[in-house]
Design a protein around this ligand. Structure first.
Ligand code: MN
Length: 749
């Protein structure tokens, strides 16, 4: 690169005179068309390009430098954006075709220029070598790769020159390049408002794609040219005179429409050339800009319609409502001499430049801006608005689907065959694999990006060529969920994980059922769920899943199940006997309808009692019992008149009896108890109440719901102290969270 460095100074480089002439012409055009020109910058770029391409020749045989020079000239004349773009045009092929590196360019020039050339190099590498059928995709790819809008501008100029010199290439290449240009570059140029460049591209394409029609139209136009020129002159002359009289400064001329649009009219209307009436248009370009210019356009329009009868439905006002690419003009069609229809376009000089040069010209008329970066930012914003404007005339899918990647939302990825796929930024080979096909994703085991192996979590970049390696044995890895970004990949992987889970669960349940029946265990699902909880599983499904996938030993479950079955049985037994006891007691206490009696200080529910009719004792009286011959105990008042006789003569039959309410004042108290529903809780409760505190239970009702236990206890207690001790004790039972006294006996007691 030492040699290149000296070349840049210019002393040792011999340049053929014809190219020096071309360079001078280029610089002159720069001075005319650009706002600022760093001539040395451009000269330096020329010298490097000349030297780098010194051994290369074009297909036509001339020195290669002729091409970059021509591209730079097109850029200045037709796009005219800035001098960095001119230098980029001069150097656009050096990194791709010669030994010059990007680093060298950024060192000897600057990073910005290097960045543009990098974009140009990548872009041609990304798709020019491939056969891509969908122009839409390439358009997206181009824009996604163009971090700097000048990459696309230079690309347009490059393409136009390639089309102009297409004759040197073999026919099959001509056709391929021409159709790519027609489907890709021409619509894109139109979108950016490069009207005249778009027309040139289309006309050149027509020549290579439909040579017969091209020939028919060009000869047809040539044959009628004199006639047409005479007619136009006859139309223009009086108009020019009139406009001059009214003090306008203007340019007026007639021009044929571009060949491709005539061709389209012929095919669309299915008419020969002779029958297409709007082959040409008259154009009036007025001096003066701003609102004065606008007013002038309308005044000229009114003068024209004084002279010629207009066709109202052909009138278009693109001044008040410009096209999305910035185009402004008034269009009208009038009846000229001989009754021929004549289209007239009225516009100011500024509107004209925007119509021809689009974005770049629009920029020229913008107010002064400070920095280069800010200028670029504003342009990019403008371009984005332009491309995203939903109101634009053919803002069909192109604009809607289209995102200038200035925001890096999407990347464009190639298959090894050259098919293009769109993915969100951050996508990985796994996302790509699933996008290509679910089965590819399913069996994907590795990936090559641009020929090199990468991890499956690798973040892809626009233009990457990705090859997915699959294996029939491979299945999705649950870890993939952590790095995939597309909905499709995520949902497919999740679906697979869930499916595997369900399979493991089903298997786990089968294993359990087989073992359980062998061990003679039979549990309901809710019993199983309780065991799962006790074994610290979140639910039964997880338990089966872990058994099914070998994470948990089914024998441990069998053991737990046996233990819990035993406990259940014991608890059930306890509770059954307790219940029986209380029910018997309740029956006896209530069915007789009499107050309970204490006989020899104890409750005897199995002894029949009756009240003596001689003294009719009532509760509260001091009483004694007399055992009759039939075995029944008769209750007498102590003050009964027969009492002395009975006590003295039949002392062996006298039994000490007391009102149980009297000796041990019993009143009914109801408690509400709440806690966890666990095995044996009811027996613990009754145990505490009846055995420890010797309290009689009148009734117990319990309900359990979703693991929560709730019980109502109706008890006989002697006094408040007794009740408090009882509550205290119940609270200490494991699993009981709350004990409350009912103030009144509810309906449920
Ligand atoms: Mn080129």
């Amino acid at each position: 690169m030492i040699e290149a460095s000296t070349i840049l100074k210019g002393n040792d480089l011999k340049v053929e005179t014809q190219y020096l002439v071309l360079l001078d012409e280029l610089l002159e055009l720069c001075r005319q068309n650009l706002r600022t020109v760093d001539e040395e910058f451009i000269r330096k770029a020329f010298r490097l390009s000349y030297w780098a391409h010194r051994n290369d020749r074009r297909a036509s045989g001339e020195l290669y430098i002729a091409h970059p020079l021509a591209v730079a000239r097109i850029y200045v004349e037709q796009i005219g954006f800035d001098d960095v773009g001119v230098a980029a045009a001069l150097l656009h092929d050096v990194v791709e075709d010669t030994e010059i590196s990007l680093e060298f360019i950024s060192e000897t020039f600057d990073d910005k220029l290097a960045q543009i050339i990098d974009g140009l190099t990548k872009m041609s590498g990304a798709f020019e070598s491939r056969d891509i059928t969908k122009a839409e995709n390439v358009r997206k790819l181009m824009l996604s790769m163009a971090s700097d809008i000048r990459v696309i501008f230079v690309k347009f100029a490059d393409r136009l020159h390639n089309m102009q010199t297409l004759g040197s290439l073999p026919p099959h290449k001509q056709f391929r390049i021409a159709s790519e240009t027609l489907n890709l570059f021409a619509p894109l140029a139109h979108r950016f408002g490069f009207h005249s460049l778009k027309n040139q591209l289309e006309d050149l394409c027509l020549a290579y794609i439909h040579p017969d029609e091209y020939h028919e139209i060009t000869t047809g136009l040539r044959n009628t040219q004199r006639d047409r020129e005479q007619y136009i002159a006859g139309f223009i002359d009086p108009l020019r005179e009139r406009l001059s009289e009214d003090g306008f400064t203007f340019d007026i001329y007639g021009r044929s429409k571009n060949l491709y649009s005539i061709y389209r009219k012929m095919t669309r209307q299915d008419k020969p050339l002779q029958e297409i009436y709007d082959i040409f248009a008259i154009r009036i370009v007025l001096e003066g800009d701003g609102s004065k210019g606008k007013e002038d356009c309308w005044r000229v329009y009114s003068i024209i319609t004084d002279l010629f009868k207009p066709i109202p439905e052909r009138f278009r006002d693109f001044i008040s409502v410009p096209k999305s690419n910035g185009y402004q003009s008034l269009h009208t069609t009038v009846f000229g001499p001989e009754g021929r229809r004549v289209e007239i376009q009225i516009r100011t000089q500024e509107m004209h430049e925007i119509a021809e040069k689009g974005v770049a010209a629009h920029w020229k008329y913008k107010e002064q801006v400070n920095s280069d970066d800010k200028e670029m930012d504003e342009l990019l914003t403008w371009v984005r608005d332009l491309l995203e404007d939903p109101e634009s005339e053919n803002a069909t899918e192109f604009v809607r689907d289209f995102r200038l990647n200035l925001y890096d939302e999407e990347i464009y990825i190639f298959t090894p065959r050259g098919d293009l796929f769109t993915l969100p930024t951050g996508a990985t080979p796994v996302d790509f694999a699933y996008l290509v096909h679910t089965q590819v994703g399913f069996h994907c085991i590795g990936a090559k990006v641009n020929g090199k192996m990468v991890p499956l979590s690798y973040r892809l970049k626009s233009g990457d060529q990705v090859e997915i390696i699959t294996s029939k044995k491979q299945t999705p890895n649950p870890d993939w969920i952590k790095f995939v970004v597309t909905q499709k990949a995520r949902s497919r992987i999740r679906h697979w994980i869930n499916q595997k889970r369900r399979e493991a669960q089903t298997h786990g349940r089968e294993v359990w059922e087989k073992r359980a029946s062998r061990a003679n265990i039979s549990l309901t699902d809710s019993e199983l769920a309780k065991i799962a909880t006790r074994l610290k599983f979140p639910n039964m499904e997880q338990l089966f899943y872990e058994i099914g996938s070998g994470l948990f030993d089914v024998n441990d479950l069998i053991k737990s199940a046996k233990a819990s079955q035993r406990e259940e049985e014991e608890a059930r037994h306890d509770e059954d006997s307790l219940r029986l006891q209380y029910e018997t007691f309740l029956d006896s206490a209530q069915s007789s309808g009499k107050p309970a009696l204490l006989i020899d200080g104890e409750l005897h529910t199995d002894i029949a009692t009756d009240y003596a009719t001689c003294c009719n004792p009532i509760p509260g009286d001091s009483v004694f019992g007399f055992l009759s011959r039939s075995g029944m105990i008769k209750i007498h008042r102590v003050s009964c008149r027969n009492a002395p006789n009975l006590i003295l003569n039949r002392a062996d039959r006298i039994i000490s009896v007391d009102w149980s309410r009297q000796k041990d004042v019993q009143f009914v108290a109801a408690l509400r108890v709440m806690g966890e529903d666990r095995v044996g809780i009811l027996s613990d409760l009754t145990q505490v109440v009846s055995k420890n505190l010797k309290t009689n239970i009148r009734s117990i009702t319990i309900s359990t719901d979703d693991g929560v236990f709730e019980g109502n206890l109706v008890l006989f207690v002697s006094d408040l102290d007794h009740l408090r001790r009882l509550i205290d004790r119940i609270k200490r039972i494991e699993g009981i969270h709350g004990v409350y006294r009912f103030e009144e006996q509810g309906d449920d007691s």
